[in-house]
Design a protein around this ligand. Sequence first.
Ligand SMILES: Nc1ncnc2c1ncn2[C@@H]1O[C@H](COP(=O)(O)OP(=O)(O)OP(=O)(O)O)[C@@H](O)[C@H]1O
Length: 249
Amino acid sequence: MVTLQLNRVSARYGRQPILEGITTPCFQGGQIVALLGPNAAGKSTLFRRILGLLKGEGEVIISGTSAERPVGYMPQDTGAKAVLTVYESVLLARMQGRGLKVQPEDLAQVDRALEELSIAALGERDIGDLSGGQRQLVSAAQALVQEPEILMLDEPTSALDLNRQISLLTVLRRLADERQMLILVALHDLGHALRFADAAMLLENGRLIACGPTAEVITPSLLRQVYQVAARIEPCSKGQPQLIVEAAI
Ligand SMILES: Nc1ncnc2c1ncn2[C@@H]1O[C@H](COP(=O)(O)OP(=O)(O)OP(=O)(O)O)[C@@H](O)[C@H]1O
């Protein structure tokens, strides 16, 4: 089973240090880990560091995989300028690192990714003509279609309506449960993190302030400290923890 552990990981842009000494427990396939923190805390930077796009001290330790490219990534910026249809763009993503010869399995995986995200009907549309939410779903399909063992998504629900937010997170939960993917997902909606994530990492100013089971990370005192909000967490009538934000302070 694939595992990921960070050991004193740092990152900088030029001379500007952004991340300092990030150490995590060993996360494993089957888990959803929410990456939390206010704007500019360093979430996207951490994804880039894990992908090897940024250098820095410390170690990103990935084991339990024989895949050449075990990590898939859905970036935050889903701007699409290429003149491609949705289907072509997802197929192109599938073929990255697989050579140019398209196999029936590749087409089947494109169909599956589009269907999983309920965007099969958009297949023939140009990606430049899509709405922001549609583009975000196509970007998610481009990451899913690679069948990575570790999937990292940077705020994948930020442009989606309520139904599509929950649908996408439900798909992620299923990929973790059924295909034993390890999923790291940056989220601003802490209610979604409470509901869908097994564990959470909370970043503030490039440092890891808390890391562990989601309900132990999303606490009123940490929300006050890191997000400057007064908040309560109470069980709903079905016993699920609900986040109630009373005020920005
Ligand atoms: N290419 C870059 N060059 C220099 N500084 C950068 C670059 N990209 C990001 N930064 C800086 O690094 C810090 C962390 O940014 P990052 O995008 O990782 O935050 P984030 O937690 O993902 O934020 P958000 O929730 O707003 O998306 C910020 O201060 C940002 O200005």
